[in-house]
Design a protein around this ligand. Sequence first.
Ligand SMILES: [Zn+2]
Ligand SMILES: [Zn+2]
Length: 456
Amino acid sequence: MVRHSLKAKTNGVVSKAKPAIAVATTEVKKTAGQKRKSAPVDDHEDAATCDSCDEKENKSEDEKDVKKPATKKPRTKAAPKKADNSMPLAARTAVTSLKRAMYIGAHVSGAGGVQNSITNALQIGANSFAVFLKSQRKWSSPPLAPESKTQFHSLLKQHNYDAAKHILPHGSYLVNLAQADEVKAKQAFDNFVDDLKRCEALGIKLYNFHPGSTGGDTMEAACARIAQQLNRSHKEASTVITVIENMCGSGNVVGSRFEELRDIISGVEDKSRVGVCIDTCHAFAAGYDLRTPEAFAATMAEFDRVVGIKYLKAFHLNDSKAPFGSHRDLHANIGTGFLGLKAFHNIMNYEPFQNLPMVLETPIDEKGPNGKSVENKQIWADEIKLLESLIGQDADTPEFEEKVTELQAKGASERAKIQEQVDKKAEKDSNKGSRGAKKAATKKKKVETDDEDESD
Ligand SMILES: [Zn+2]
Ligand SMILES: [Zn+2]
């Protein structure tokens, strides 16, 4: 319900998204047969989805068409190519000018062709970025268009992005590598490998995915199945590092504990082909604190001890609208959530995090003048600059405190709202006691799906 209304909203926005900068965009035409609305419900629930990246994307062109009768001609492609994305919202910072080699960016749109992700990243001054390589909510997608690939490579060169190091595609929300059912497992595997092959064609070496869902099985069995699928996938595509994202830990979702990430990695034969992406919001909601220098150091020491810092390949930088350990996946803008600016100061000043893609998945939808939701990419452009400004900055100054307070004030009402929900739920759960464990499980699942709309 919440979910559907939000989706309708975001689709509306997406369909208005313009293709990127003065680059000829490759638009792949869809046929009616390709326009499947979504996966079967059980697959949906099974997949370890979350995410707000959702709204930003690939689905765009596809899903726009979904709403139209099959007979209707696609809207003319010439019209929308206006100035929109050609106006830089911020200049890209030369990484060499920073005190540390931090590559900060955001999860940008690849609507109209993956090559557009480069111009979209450029527009917000991103030095790294994430993108969906195909629709993240559909099982079938057209193959990578040869023109897309060509343009992607030439834009990479032109704008000096290192595809092997600083581009981190995000996998499909439908794919659950822990799936036990043979037919569904094959479908998931095929989709996964298809993405890895797209990465290879584009020269991308890091591929981020959600580990999956146990489907009610033991965590141990689920981790073993994921490792097996990774092993098989590594034989199909020989150059890509499969990067597991940590999750916030609700229901049957795999990957909220560092131990689960470790267990998956331990089953992977070629350890050079596996890594981890830490999503700061997920980690915090799962109970890993990052707020004070001491808590941050303890969390990283635990990561190193349990998983190993050498496996850390990327970051998703998100604040959290939900409190510590709440297992709610609600991304907030940097500094406005329960993590706060100091947590990001800790991250930006940690030596081992250099040269990794660090990608924002923060909300950028705002209410437009007509009441409709519109994307404001200036938010990302500003957040990138804000994060870069934290590098080497003294956090013990009145100016820094002022900034902390200012951003906290911005998120105050949202934090209070979610805190109330979390408190109410905790109260309800304790009143309920042990009555009907099954009922509780269903409820939990519901919370999960609500969260999916807002975060990634
Ligand atoms: Zn994420
Ligand atoms: Zn994600």
